[in-house]
Design a protein around this ligand. Structure first.
Ligand SMILES: Nc1ncnc2c1ncn2[C@@H]1O[C@H](COP(=O)(O)OP(=O)(O)OP(=O)(O)O)[C@@H](O)[C@H]1O
Ligand SMILES: [Mg+2]
Length: 484
């Protein structure tokens, strides 16, 4: 059959590629993905506020064009590699654990936020060859003018001095890559506002949003992932602190995880296999947190209610933080439940990963399995939420040895759990003297606490709020081992 070569129209296609739904934080996260895949241990995100070179020709207050730099000490790229990297639809053989997928992020994420994308890269030195820095640039206005896919290759002398300085970032002294966004567009254009107050407000907002997003999305890399160097990310020179959605240095209860093998059918007829790991956590209530500041920080960018739900991780990178993906609805009473869903990139198709990698779907194959487990975990979370401070409080308890049973049932009216002197509970009616005995100051605190937990369990069974067959033995064991 004859063929007709049909190149895409550069101008129209570029315009649509710029509108994939990124915002500044998600776009920067896409570049951080690249730095992590390039094995960087340090990434700098800097916002440059500068006076225009023509500042002497125009009133000073009118010219403060800003720029954003993302620089890393990863393995960098040779000239050919950089050329391929700048192509829309880079050809790449991904290794296990790599964060890339489409060969687009560097270009689409960057050009959603700016009109000029300049990349400078210096590859790692290889036997005797002194690495050189190579620079290439996409300029939207040039593409629009020519309606062609012409990449610019600036010579050093064609760069402005602030550009040279930005592209020579110190973190790339040995090797690494610098991505420079100039001609900032959309909300980022406020960083260049002639109004100083507006400029400063925009700067504070961008710094806060970017910091919050990155400390969440890349928390595992900053905390340390086996087999790779710990990552430090600096935003405007300040190292950011990882945000662990599960607050594992607090009294979080880790419930039993699920391992679900999944086979994904690929469009070419082949099959991909992978294991999905679903790890549920019930976070402490406000009064159980080590400090008020820790509780507030744990609430996350979207706040407690919206942050409950599923946290999808692809190769350790967080894609979606919270929400129930239509498994259930957001509920104040289950806000302490957060569930990590880990899947390898082999299952991308099953999880419906898109170009911006901002969300994932719960695959139909495992939906029912996850749904039924989630409703059990939600009961535990709800009970912890309902349990009053006095019963759970135990100064001798170490952070990880929670007593989930204490937290997993509550009084029939959803009210606080048994004070020992209370006779309202069915168990006490069966054995009234028990209440008296347990109220005695001579009774060991541990015994009182243990009986309190058992009474709550009996009460919950009596009210049919829990099924006795569903009380996990390991939880009872934990109470016994840790508290008696
Ligand atoms: N900071 C970097 N250091 C080294 N190489 C990089 C860097 N950024 C990009 N690259 C190279 O450029 C290629 C293209 O990057 P780009 O983000 O466009 O696509 P990708 O990461 O392969 O896939 P995705 O579209 O899913 O992000 C990468 O595959 C990588 O080889
Ligand atoms: Mg990428």
């Amino acid at each position: 059959m004859k063929t007709l070569r049909t190149d895409p129209g550069a101008k129209r296609l570029m315009e649509s590629l710029r509108n994939m739904g990124y915002d500044c934080s998600t776009a920067i996260a896409d570049l951080v993905d690249n730095s992590i895949t390039a094995e960087a241990s340090e990434i700098y995100i800097d916002i440059i506020a500068r006076q225009d070179a023509r500042a002497d020709m125009i009133p000073k207050q009118e010219s403060h064009p800003a720029a954003i730099v993302i620089a890393d000490n990863g393995k960098g790229m040779s000239r050919d590699e950089l050329h391929e990297a700048m192509r829309f639809g880079t050809i790449q053989n991904y290794s296990i654990g790599d964060l890339g997928k489409y060969g687009l992020g560097l270009k689409t994420a960057s050009l959603s936020q700016c009109r000029i994308l300049t990349v400078s890269s210096k590859a790692k030195a290889s036997s005797g060859v002194r690495p050189r820095r190579h620079i290439m640039r996409w300029d939207i206005d040039h593409v629009y003018e020519t309606n062609d896919w012409d990449l610019l290759v600036p010579e050093e002398e064609e760069l402005e001095s602030w550009e040279k300085e930005a592209l020579n970032h110190q973190v790339t002294n040995e090797n690494g890559t610098v991505v420079l966004w100039s001609g900032l567009d959309g909300p980022l254009s406020l960083l260049s506002s002639p109004n100083i107050r507006e400029r400063e407000k925009a700067l504070a907002r961008v710094m806060e949003e970017v910091t919050n997003h990155l400390r969440m999305v890349f928390h595992r890399f900053m905390q340390g992932v086996p087999g790779r160097r710990k990552l430090t990310i600096y935003v405007c020179g300040v190292p950011i602190v990882p945000w662990d959605p599960f607050c594992r240095n607090e009294k979080t209860s880790e419930l039993d995880l699920l391992r679900i093998p999944v086979v994904s059918a690929e469009p070419d007829g082949s099959q991909m296999e992978g294991t999905v790991i679903v790890s549920p956590y019930v976070l402490p209530r406000e009064d159980e947190f080590s400090s008020r500041a820790a509780w507030t920080d744990a609430s996350g960018p979207k706040n407690w209610n919206q942050q409950q739900g599923l946290y999808f991780y692809r190769n350790n990178r967080l894609l979606q933080a919270g929400g129930w993906s239509r498994l259930r609805t957001i509920d104040e009473h289950t806000k302490l439940l957060r569930v990590a869903v880990d899947f390898p990139s082999e299952l991308d198709r099953t999880f419906a990963i898109n170009i911006t990698k901002m969300r994932a779907n719960v695959p139909v194959e495992i939906r029912e399995r996850i749904e039924s487990s989630v409703s059990g975990w939600a009961k535990t979370a709800r009970a912890r939420y309902d349990t009053p401070p006095s019963v759970v409080e135990n100064p001798r308890q170490s952070p990880r040895i929670e007593t989930p049973v204490m937290a997993s049932v509550s009084g029939s009216n959803g009210s606080p759990v048994p004070a020992m002197e209370s006779e309202k509970y069915p168990a006490f009616t069966l054995a009234p003297e028990l209440s008296e005995i347990l109220s005695d100051n001579g009774v060991k605190w541990e015994l009182r606490k243990f009986c309190g937990a058992l009474l709550k369990v009996l009460e919950a069974i009596h009210d049919r709020r829990i099924n006795p067959e569903q009380i996990p033995v390991n939880i009872l064991k934990k109470i016994y081992q840790n508290d008696l």
